[in-house]
Design a binder for this molecule. Structure first.
Ligand code: PFF
Length: 469
């Protein structure tokens, strides 16, 4: 029920929670290895273009649908377009995607918890060579008890936060963890840059190699932008539904996308400076931060402490994102089925954990089981990042651009004003200028959502399946 719906305690609380959702394994674990695999700077440039020209506009659109409807993804589509029930399928697609992502997200987050806990106990993070670190990693991820055990511990952490609700759980934990996260990351960046030989890492991030770019790279960059911004499945929509009417959607969205991108780039600097300084290869794949970094840390004076800090950082990042994935599922059952939050959290948490087990095992006992030539884990990751999220984003853009009344969308867009300045204190002439500028921004944004975003996403889809190539 809209009138009893919980809301964020403060605007900054919302920004930190939404940025916490966006900043996650996608930034620190995935971005470096996908960029490393796709040639570095050229991929990063395409990624930045995707975020700037498409991502930000869709972040605005998604938060806007949430705030306007004050509901979960399924309810939101139903409410905003009464009569066209087909659109609720987009909401269901979002809840389903959240389910899938969370199932394998818990697995990688579990590795991180495992490295941290065992690091504290003194049994990992000390290696004499990268081979030894890689052997350790491969040995651990093949061990069902280790991998499922830590997956379970991480899942319980996620449940515990969401159990306490929006302001009392998610907002409170984000307010504490996000500053800690930033502090640790900055220490690691400073450390990486100070290493001898770090320049090579920086030039890998800055000098594009266009030969390695093809349609596939563009799809991966776009998919990575969606994944990293938590876009296209209703996480931002759900968080937006708890946003107060007098907070600006425009400035919040820009802030969230800016923080997310900044953190991905900083993580890239911290990781590639270390990787190159120690003479390792950037295209190691998903094990990059788990195989290479511990070996790097082992070679450095004081490296053990930095290693621990790094895995703590990764765990925090994963936690603030995983809670947003579980919140999407929770809000759906609470709004639509009228279940209590506590019941949904426990039930959904358990089911997601069970669904994640084949992904956890796909590095060990199930590594030969393939779906479309990929292991279970890789298949779910590819399906969700590169297909389901962009598809969800495409349908959402079509919904906002073509099916809901433009005036009602722009009216919601304007609520909370620009958020840049307090318009009331401005001179009347300046107020008019400010208003005009804001109207123009609204129209440009609407144009991007209505035409540019759908066309680009469609072209990238078609190109990557070879129709246009
Ligand atoms: N944005 C998160 C990350 O970069 O790790 C992952 C994610 C969270 C994707 C929430 C989608 C989502 F709805």
């Amino acid at each position: 029920m809209a009138e009893t719906r919980e809301h964020w305690g403060s605007h900054i609380g919302f920004i930190l929670a939404a940025a916490g959702s966006a900043i996650g394994l996608g930034n620190i674990w995935k971005f470096p290895y996908v960029a490393g695999k796709n040639g570095g700077a050229a991929f990063i440039l395409i990624y930045l273009i995707s975020v700037f020209f498409i991502g930000i506009s869709l972040v605005i659109a998604e938060i806007l649908i949430g705030r306007k409807s004050q509901l979960n993804p399924v309810g939101a589509y139903r409410k905003l377009l009464k009569g066209h029930r087909g659109w609720t399928l987009v909401g269901y697609l979002g809840v389903f995607t959240g389910f899938i992502i969370l199932s394998y997200y818990n697995v990688v987050a579990g590795w991180s918890v495992g490295y941290f806990i065992e690091g504290v106990r003194g049994s990992v993070l000390s290696f004499t060579s990268s081979e030894e670190a890689a052997d350790f990693f491969n040995h651990q991820i093949m061990n069902p008890a280790w991998i499922i055990g830590y997956q379970a511990i991480f899942s319980i952490l996620v449940l515990a936060v969401v159990y306490f609700g929006v302001a009392g759980g998610i907002e409170r934990i984000s307010r504490i963890l996000m500053p800690v996260f930033l502090g640790i990351l900055l220490i690691l960046v400073g450390w990486g840059i100070s290493l001898e030989g770090s320049r090579e890492g920086l030039s890998f991030l800055l000098k594009p190699n266009w030969e390695s770019v093809n349609g596939r790279t563009v799809l991966e960059a776009l998919g990575q932008a969606f994944f990293s911004l938590s876009l296209g499945m209703g996480a931002l929509l759900t968080y937006g539904s708890y946003l107060n009417k007098d907070d600006s959607i425009l400035s919040s969205s820009i802030m969230i996308a800016f923080l997310d991108t900044l953190i991905a780039l900083l993580a890239g600097v911290a990781i590639f400076t270390s990787v190159f300084a120690m003479g390792f290869s950037p295209d190691t794949g998903p094990g990059l931060v788990f195989c290479v970094l511990p070996a790097v840390f082992s070679k450095m004076p004081g490296g053990y402490a930095f290693g621990l800090l790094f895995f703590l950082l990764l765990t925090i990042a994963a936690l603030t994102s995983a809670i947003s994935l579980l919140e999407v599922i929770t809000s759906y059952f609470v709004d639509e089925k009228k279940w209590t939050r506590h019941r949904v959290v426990l039930g959904a948490g358990l089911i997601v954990f069970l669904v994640g087990i084949p992904s956890a095992l796909s590095f060990g006992p199930m590594r030969h089981v393939t779906v479309f030539k990929r292991t279970f884990f890789d298949f779910l990751d590819f399906l969700s990042s590169n297909i389901l999220l962009p598809l969800g984003g495409l349908l959402m853009a079509l919904f906002v651009g073509w099916y809901v009344k433009k005036t009602s969308i722009l009216e919601e867009f304007r609520k909370g004003a620009g958020g840049w300045v307090d318009t009331h204190v401005l001179h009347p002439v300046k107020q008019i200028r400010h208003k005009t500028a804001f109207l123009t921004i609204g129209n440009v944004w609407f144009f991007v959502v209505k035409y540019l975003a759908p066309v680009v996403i469609l072209l990238v889809f078609l190109y990557s399946i070879g129709i246009l190539s």
